[in-house]
Design a protein around this ligand. Structure first.
Ligand code: NAD
Length: 481
């Protein structure tokens, strides 16, 4: 990818100019492009463009029409998938293969999944009818229709930029809303490509708008505090979610939040240990630990603790070809947790520092995949989200204890249970305070299932009809008969 110069997309037009900020290649630390910083006026224009698209009939268009538009967007991404892959790898530093096998196909899948949900079975998503009881005042027919919310703000993070943006944009458009999206300032290139695809797909001007910029005191805050925004769908850190909620409170704007995690894995002695080790390598180190679902706490039943620890540490130490942290600031944060863990008394079983490559990557933001052990449950390194390639191992002796340890966290996003005992799996999974529990697997996703977190990990659920529920308002119509 050459030097990238990005543009906003507002009211069906690409807009540039104004203050800009640099895009930094995380692999080398060098500047690789620039993106414009949206002013409050531009954000306001984008919200008004969304409203104008709704007034012109976008939200009331037949479901088939919107489904067809979503399919054209999916086809448009697919036709340019090489470009999307290169852009995602350039922005985030993730291996191209990861972008080509996860981020880009999932973005395409997000649009197709919601087109499928709309087209062919609109009755399930949009109407129920209940003739009969009406509180003693006579017979009535009640039916419920779903209306779009209006103009929705979509704010997304840098770790899976295209996947997480489209995960919200697709259902928002499917439900008939107009969207104003603000991608992360750290990884905005694929969002701009998406705007090009939407433009070519012929959506009405203003149905999808894209503004670039930072969060606090900038585009993110202008958007989430805007009185013309009817809902906010946000993925990012829990502290940012709290700030957005405060900002949205003045206008009582509804929110859907996918936030941080400190996800546990429970490895029982009866587990297939090969699968548990390989699964934990994936769940802790994929995308260098920069996925909200990644495992950072591993609890292992004592009879297999030593073997599991030795094997996982061996695999972590031998990992090659992994990508960097997103930025110098995030690299410094992750390294500060590596140091803190040692100060708190951790034993480092693998990694713990910065790798040396002897090439241009030494200017980038890599840290070593790291396995720790020996910390008490009160240690900050065990309680706080690091969002890097690191996990902490601790032993347990009983099933109840394992559940208690898993739940001993302010977060509750995802958990993984490794066991061959079917009854145990069914007993343990529902007791874990998390929105998603995987048994003998990790990050196996069916887009129709509910996705989200409990406690500090989020508000609401996304996925399939859960997203359509958030992005629409049920309106009950009651007719006396
Ligand atoms: P972040 O919270 O720093 O930023 C996310 C987005 O919010 C960015 O677009 C940013 O510009 C914007 N933003 C920041 N402050 C804002 C404000 N005051 N008002 C409005 N917008 C604001 O998160 P990040 O560093 O980009 O992403 C990493 C975090 O996201 C981790 O905590 C991770 O666990 C979480 N995450 C959660 C999920 C999930 O599905 N639960 C998925 C991916 C990432």
């Amino acid at each position: 990818m050459g030097h990238r110069v990005l543009a906003h997309y507002v009211a069906g037009e690409f807009r540039s100019g104004g203050a800009a900020f640099p895009l930094v290649d995380p692999v080398t630390g060098k500047v690789a492009g620039e993106a414009p910083e949206a002013t409050r006026e531009l954000v306001d224009e984008a919200v008004r463009a969304g409203r104008a698209a709704l007034d012109a009939g976008w939200g009331a268009a037949p479901a088939e029409e919107r489904a067809a538009a979503l399919r054209r967007i999916a086809d448009g991404i697919e036709a340019r998938s090489e470009e999307f892959t290169a852009a995602e790898a350039a922005d985030t530093g993730k291996p191209r293969e990861l972008a080509a096998t996860v981020d880009v196909p999932r973005a395409i899948g997000n649009f197709r999944a919601y087109a499928d949900l709309l087209y062919g079975r609109p009755e399930r998503a949009y109407t129920t009818s209940v003739p009969g009881w009406s509180g003693g005042t006579g017979q009535a027919l009640n039916y419920t229709v779903r209306r779009p919310l209006g103009v929705v703000a979509v704010i997304s993070p840098w770790n899976l930029p295209l996947l997480l943006l489209t995960w919200k944009v697709a259902p928002a458009l499917a439900a008939g809303n107009a969207v104003v999206a603000k991608p992360s300032e750290e990884a905005p290139t694929t969002a701009t490509l998406l705007a090009e695809v939407v433009d070519a797909a012929g959506l009405p001007a203003g149905a999808f708008n894209l503004v670039h910029g930072h969060g606090p005191g900038a585009a993110g805050e202008f958007l989430t505090g805007h009185p013309g925004v009817d809902a906010i769908a946000f993925t990012g850190e829990s502290a940012t979610g709290a700030a957005i909620m405060r900002n949205a409170a003045d206008h009582v704007t509804p929110v859907s939040f996918e936030l941080g995690g400190k996800n546990p894995a429970l490895v029982f002695a009866d587990a297939d240990l090969d699968a548990a080790v390989e699964g934990t390598v994936r769940s802790s180190f994929t995308h260098s630990g920069q996925i909200c679902l990644c495992t950072e706490r591993v609890y292992v039943e004592r009879p297999v603790f030593a073997e599991f620890a030795e094997r996982l540490a061996g695999r972590a130490a031998a990992l090659a070809g992994y990508g960097p942290m997103i930025s110098a600031a995030h690299r410094d944060k992750v390294l500060s947790y590596y140091r803190l863990a040692v100060e708190e008394g951790a034993t480092v079983l693998a990694g713990g520092g910065v790798p040396a490559f002897g090439d241009a990557r030494d200017g980038g933001f890599h840290v070593e995949p790291t396995v720790l052990t020996g910390l008490p449950g009160t240690a900050r390194a065990v309680r706080e989200e690091v969002f890097g390639p690191v996990c902490h191992l601790a032993p347990f002796d009983a099933e109840d204890e394992a559940v208690r340890l898993a739940n001993d966290s302010p977060y509750g996003l995802a958990a993984t249970v490794w066991t061959r005992d079917l009854s145990r799996a069914h007993r343990v999974a529902p007791r874990i305070e998390a929105g998603i529990v995987w048994v003998n697997c990790w990050n196996l996703r069916d887009l129709r299932t509910p996705f989200g977190g409990v406690k500090a990990s989020g508000i609401g659920r996304e996925g399939g009809e859960y997203s359509l529920d958030f992005f629409s308002e049920p309106v009950n119509v009651c007719i006396q008969i």
